[in-house]
Design a protein around this ligand. Structure first.
Ligand code: NAG
Ligand code: NAG
Ligand code: NAG
Ligand code: NAG
Ligand code: NAG
Ligand code: NAG
Ligand code: NAG
Length: 511
């Protein structure tokens, strides 16, 4: 599909769906014409004038793309990060219980990876509307496709081909026609001059297959370099969802910059998954690995900004030659070495506090053990954070002690599948802060709006803890998953070169 056709399609979708404000993928040209400051599509800049930190980028952009010195490799690519799609729930109770369920199901998936080598256990649970999306441009001419930005998985895959079939992609309680196949933006390889089939000698082939399945190339044969058999079709399973397709490689375009031979899955069949996924996790097939990134950072828009035209920047850094300065005002903690081949970013959570008071008896669950169980990961694809029962119960107990003045809204807890919920005065309420203390002596003291979801009813306001827990799901795997609700209005940096996570609080949108 040509990009002008995509633009027309986007405009059409926007106009027909204005009332339900679908976050359509924009054509690059469309975004560039929009000079509003938060819309920064692709900035490719290799000048020394740019310092780290996206604010500088925003200031320099003013709606105009700057090109300087095209002979050098760009240092920074900025892509707008958006709410994936307006949540199609009429009522907040249904919405909350839905998000709670999918957050829990995703945690279940992430925890139950049977074998890390087996890709069928990687990734995103279907129908989670809490993610943030980016648009990437594949092919020649470029076709721009929205994808969920997911630091908890490795593979990139797209809805692909004209015959793309998506079953139960609109099975939410409230009709969501836009998740139906006809409205998805599919990549069409036959309209591109640059697509190639991926062969068995590509390491991503082995990864996506979970094992070596190429018939004419024996796994024992260490010299696979000439193994040109086409990589067999893959099937990725995601709990109740799945997708299958063929591995392709394409030219990925960021404004002037073209990345050749970017490997991704072209899925022609999907069950229960609302969009393609851009895996930003660890591993050779992920976006950061394929682009050779030194680091990437994002700032997740507050969930109050459900107006889908807003975006915040996802910045990809590649200035491998510049001196490594710490980003201003940021706290860093080292990534921990996770289990072999794990796509997750493990961090050293050492202590959790509630209102400054240490929660005892959780160390065993938040610590990563040599057998790969326990530990804490940061994940952009989970909405509400997850805590294993042993951790969650102790935290809830402590919160409950400290907010003894508020009545538990037990009926609400059943409706929204979150607990505890408290009835609080509409004017003003106060809650103890939840503090995550990481290795290196740094602390993430979550603002109350990153910890509780506030719901206004006729007479009162109810606040529910936006963290999910298992009812004994077991399964090893991470004991704590830091989801995107808890990361709202934080600038988060994944510094891959120095193997560390950085963060600071920051308003991710200026209005
Ligand atoms: C993943 O695939 C392996 C073999 O490829 C299979 O044994 C396992 O049951 C699958 N797991 C899930 C959750 O589908
Ligand atoms: C191993 O691969 C090489 C190169 O493709 C091929 O020449 C050789 O026959 C293969 N050996 C076996 C045992 O498959
Ligand atoms: C893909 O899914 C469809 C529908 O379930 C199935 O018919 C087909 O065999 C699957 N292909 C692969 C490679 O798993
Ligand atoms: C997907 O493509 C494969 C290979 O061309 C084909 O066998 C399969 O039937 C297609 N699936 C759907 C759902 O169109
Ligand atoms: C980033 O830099 C590395 C090392 O110089 C290079 O291999 C890679 O291709 C670059 N990536 C991009 C997207 O420019
Ligand atoms: C976004 O959601 C908030 C809280 O749910 C609501 O008060 C607000 O009106 C919504 N804004 C838009 C633009 O839909
Ligand atoms: C809230 O107020 C509206 C209109 O006054 C009423 O119809 C509704 O039943 C009330 N809801 C509750 C939960 O009291």
């Amino acid at each position: 599909m040509s990009s002008s056709l995509i633009l027309l399609l986007s405009l059409f979708l926007i106009s027909v769906s204005a009332s339900i404000s679908f976050s359509s993928a924009e054509d690059i040209g469309d975004i560039l014409r929009d000079t509003s400051k938060e819309i920064v599509n692709v900035i490719v800049d290799s000048s020394k004038e740019f310092s780290d930190g996206f604010k500088d980028v925003l200031r320099n952009v003013d709606g105009n793309i700057k090109h300087r010195d095209h002979t050098k490799k760009p240092k920074k690519i900025v892509i707008p990060l958006k709410k994936f799609r307006k949540i199609p729930f009429a009522d907040i109770w249904k919405l909350l219980s839905h998000i709670a369920e999918v957050s829990l199901s995703r945690a279940n998936r992430l925890k139950h990876k049977p074998k890390v080598e087996s890709v069928n256990a990687t990734g995103l649970f279907p129908k989670s509307y809490g993610e943030y999306s980016i648009s990437l441009s594949f092919g020649t001419p470029p076709q721009t496709i929205p994808l969920i930005m997911d630091t908890g998985s490795e593979i990139v895959w797209l809805p692909c081909t004209k015959k793309y079939t998506c079953i139960f992609c609109n099975s939410t309680p409230v009709a969501d026609p836009l998740s139906a196949p006809a409205n998805m933006q599919n990549y069409e390889p036959l309209s591109s001059e640059s697509y190639k089939q991926t062969t068995c000698d590509n390491p991503s082939c082995t990864y996506i297959q979970g094992k070596f399945t190429c018939k004419s190339c024996k796994p024992s044969n260490s010299t696979r370099s000439n193994c040109l058999e086409v990589c067999p079709r893959y099937a990725l399973k995601y709990g109740s969802g799945m997708t299958n397709g063929t591995l392709l490689s394409e030219t990925l375009t960021f404004d002037d910059l073209k990345i050749q031979d970017f490997v991704f899955g072209c899925s022609n069949f999907t069950f229960h998954i609302p969009a393609g996924i851009a895996g930003f996790g660890r591993g050779i097939s992920s976006v950061p690995a394929q682009l050779g990134l030194r680091k990437f950072s994002y700032c997740l828009l507050s969930r109050n900004f459900n107006d889908t035209t807003k975006s915040s920047p996802l910045v990809l850094y590649n200035d491998s030659n510049t001196e490594d300065e710490d980003t201003d005002g940021i706290s860093y903690t080292s990534f921990l070495q996770g289990p072999k081949n794990s796509p997750y970013y493990y961090v050293g959570l050492e202590k959790i506090t509630v209102g400054g008071k240490k929660v005892h008896g959780v160390a065993d669950f938040i610590t990563l053990h040599p057998d790969g169980t326990g530990g804490t990961i940061i994940d952009s694809g989970s909405t509400f954070s997850f805590m294993g029962k042993q951790v969650y119960d102790k935290i809830v107990h402590e919160i409950d002690n400290q907010v003894a003045d508020y009545k538990r809204a037990t009926n609400m807890e059943k409706d929204v599948h979150l607990s505890p919920c408290y009835e609080v005065p509409k004017e003003k309420s106060s809650f103890p802060k939840l503090g995550f203390h990481f290795r290196g002596g740094i602390t993430m003291d979550l603002p109350v709006v990153n910890t509780f979801w506030f719901i206004d009813t006729n007479e009162t306001r109810v606040a529910c803890l936006a963290i999910v827990s298992d009812r004994g799901m077991g399964g090893g795997g991470p004991g704590v998953i830091l989801g995107n609700f808890q990361q709202q209005n934080y600038y988060v940096e994944y510094d891959l070169k120095h193997e560390r996570l950085g963060f600071r609080t920051q308003a991710c949108s200026e209005d």
